[in-house]
Design a protein around this ligand. Structure first.
Ligand code: SF4
Ligand code: SF4
Length: 166
């Protein structure tokens, strides 16, 4: 207690509470409006690939090692930064659709390649299977797949990976 070390530094796994504390989580009203990127990148590292990759110029980083800041109003949830981030640390979440499902877009670098219509295992940040979801979109660039899965809304902030069983 009282060491001041954030829990993710010990576990390697960021929590939603920590993302909120660091200002990396979009506000609820933005999440309800449409797909938006969430940079789960809490370490101050000299990287700005997301900044230069965003076609909307929605991402900025202060100085050489600041955290990525997304202008939530400029972000259109396209997923380009998801494909480009070398840390596989950016996700897109869409909580705007009525009904019981949300849409989560994750980077994926394992085989077999995902296909639209596949029902895949949904993985948490810890890599635990938390449910099943259907792939609704999948595209690949430079060996990274950008995969959008339909998930129960209550798992939208939990699902951060998939596992394609064949
Ligand atoms: S999802 Fe698209 S618009 Fe949003 S920050 Fe990433 S690259 Fe930019
Ligand atoms: S590209 Fe990824 S690792 Fe690099 S600053 Fe952006 S979110 Fe962080």
């Amino acid at each position: 207690m009282g060491s001041g070390v954030p829990p993710y530094k010990e576990t390697g796994i960021i929590t939603v509470e920590e993302l909120k504390r660091l200002g990396l989580m979009p506000p609820e009203e933005r999440l309800a409006r449409g797909p938006v990127a969430i940079p789960e990148c809490p370490e101050e590292i000299p990287c700005n690939i997301c900044v230069v990759s965003c076609p909307q110029h929605a991402i900025s980083i202060e100085g050489i090692k600041g955290l990525p800041r997304i202008d939530w109003d400029k972000c259109v949830g396209c997923g380009v930064c998801v494909a480009k981030c070398p840390g596989l640390a950016i996700f897109v979440v869409d909580l705007s659709k009525p009904g019981e499902y949300a849409y989560v877009t994750v980077p994926h670098e394992f085989l077999p390649a995902p296909k639209v219509g596949d029902v895949v295992d949904l993985l948490s940040r810890e890599g635990k299977v938390v449910g099943k979801g259907e792939v609704v979109k999948a595209w690949e660039t430079n060996k990274t797949w950008v995969v959008t899965v339909r998930v129960p809304k209550e798992l939208a902030m939990e699902v951060r990976g998939i596992w394609v069983r064949k």
